[in-house]
Design a protein around this ligand. Sequence first.
Ligand code: SAH
Ligand code: SF4
Ligand code: F3S
Length: 472
Amino acid sequence: MERTTAVIPAEDIARQNAICAEIRALNAERPVPPRAWVDTYGCQQNEADSEILRGMLVEMGYQLQDTEEGADVIVINTCAIREKAEQRVFGNVGALLAGKRRRPGQIICICGCMAQQPHAAERLKQSYRHVDLVFGPQALWKFPELFRRVYRDRVRVFEVTPDDGAIAEGLPVHRTGGARAWVSIMYGCNNFCSYCIVPYVRGRERSRNPEDILAEIRQLAEEGVKDITLLGQNVNSYGKDLTDGMDFPELLRAANEIPGDFLLRFMTSHPKDATGKLFDAMRDCEKVAPVIHLPFQSGNTRVLTAMNRRYTREQYLAKIQALRERIPDVVLTSDVIVGFPGETEEEFEDTVSLIQQVRFDALFTFIFSPRKGTPAAAMPDPFTREEKQVRFDKLVQVQNQISAEKHQAYLGRTLRVLVYTPGEDPRNNLSARTAGNRLVHLQGDPSLIGTWQNVKITSCTTWALFGELVQD
Ligand code: SAH
Ligand code: SF4
Ligand code: F3S
């Protein structure tokens, strides 16, 4: 199989692993084992990247912890999708200064999408001098090499040059998801939706080889993982850079053949490339969960065109119909942006009507946030934040009503769920997920975590279902 995108040579990966061993040997001489904290913002892609960062830190001899308290190394894996995400990071990085003063040897690393933006990296360099290492997502694979320069040479390191990115296989991974796991199948994005920063910070689309993905899924299944999510910014573009490889529906079918009692999910699908071939694969593959996250962003075709989404309202609705013809009770979730520059009241009402027509199970609603360097940030934006907030509140209200009604329809039904974590409420000490990824709270023995159980749904709220175990 040939590819048009780059792969990091195996010897470069081996060099990173050797550096991990070198640092582990140095750390082993310390009287107390050193500790590291990795904090993650943003999407599942970042969560998956943090599992690699943790894997590398463990290989370097660090013990992982969930707090900055007393950490020898702090890694903050950042997000740049909206301004708020960025402000939170700067606030929290600023707050690390006091801790560093108490522990001058502490190493603070900032990575991820925010760090890849030149203006953010420059601000970290000039105004956050307690930060030692800054690198973007495409440099993740060489974290050990960059880290060693700080650890050994005590210099500040900035690795944020523009980078299309490559595929790196064979990096250590420290998974923390228990019965659930992420598997990245591709990286980057070529879509350049006019509001979005991701293509600028995550590089070009590139796919992992199918054999590597399938081997990873097989291994997870053998380890007893029950719920596997395949990740990419647009999984429907999978394989476009591989000649004689597989496309995404073919990859799903191949993964479905792997033995084991597990479910496959995927995110995210771009509607422009979600085809009948994908929906057929979802219908035919018993391991593929009957759920899809299909962001529509706006219900108005003029706005969709300005967003560079490359589908119309009618095309989106036709895709939903094609999907429901094949899988009538498919669980549908989506993303929507309110207040795109110039969006009129009538255009916003088209978004409301699309939500009412489709009736999503859940919706992630965002107010447009201008991102430096994207085309939408330079578009005239006559509506005020307050006006946008009014629309946002209306949308949330409409969706909450639908979500609540959808949950009501589960009452009395018995569903197979995966119990995956202890719950937060002592009366419902376990949390579970249905195949459609709906959250279910229940009471039961903690030994059930990691197992499939049948649960009768007894009550619900807008956001969750409550149920009782059914003994079979
Ligand atoms: N690759 C995914 C989305 C990743 S970002 C896809 O194409 O579906 C997740 C969501 O954040 C997007 O779907 C969009 O709704 C929202 N988003 C992205 N950029 C934004 C911005 N500048 N302002 C507000 N919301 C944004
Ligand atoms: Fe952003 Fe569009 Fe790419 Fe999704 S598909 S990451 S919204 S540019
Ligand atoms: Fe944020 Fe980067 Fe994901 S910008 S949403 S962490 S791809």
